[in-house]
Design a protein around this ligand. Structure first.
Ligand code: SF4
Ligand code: SF4
Length: 132
């Protein structure tokens, strides 16, 4: 078959099929189910043990005071290598690896995710001494 004979069917196929590219960022880019994107904290489950910070190879996690008994992890997505080690290390399933990868920002600060403030847990009250 001549060269033009090969090109014409391909041309018609391209004209009638959906585009192979995505109109990013207007449309979401589909990712595989096990894609390692942005790690996100489920704060209610976090015990503040610090294992995620200890095991993060990129030093992208800082334990910060949120007013609770123990500090909670803050993520710096500007440092994160999206390796998912933090979720692997967390024994409380408090870190979820999402498929989110659209993380471009205009400042380093915008790439930091701090845990929300929490109420301090009430210390158990000592029973008042009886007065004679
Ligand atoms: S995904 Fe990897 S680099 Fe990113 S915060 Fe978790 S352990 Fe650190
Ligand atoms: S390892 Fe899990 S429970 Fe421990 S501080 Fe990190 S997120 Fe919280």
């Amino acid at each position: 078959m001549s060269r033009i004979g090969k090109v014409i069917p391909e041309l018609f196929k391209s004209l009638t099929s959906a585009p192979a590219t995505v109109d990013f960022p207007k449309s979401a880019v589909p990712v595989p189910p096990d894609y390692r994107g942005k790690p996100v904290l489920i704060q209610e489950k976090c015990t503040g043990c610090g294992l995620c910070q200890r095991d993060c190879p990129a030093a992208a996690i800082e334990m910060v005071d949120v007013g609770a008994k123990r500090p909670k992890p803050a993520f710096d997505y500007g440092r994160c290598a999206f390796c998912a080690q933090c979720a692997e290390s967390c024994r409380s399933d408090a870190i979820v690896i999402t498929g989110e990868h659209h993380l471009a920002a205009f400042s380093r600060e915008a790439l930091r995710a701090a845990p929300r403030p929490e109420k301090k847990e009430e210390e158990p009250q000592e029973p008042a001494a009886e007065q004679e």
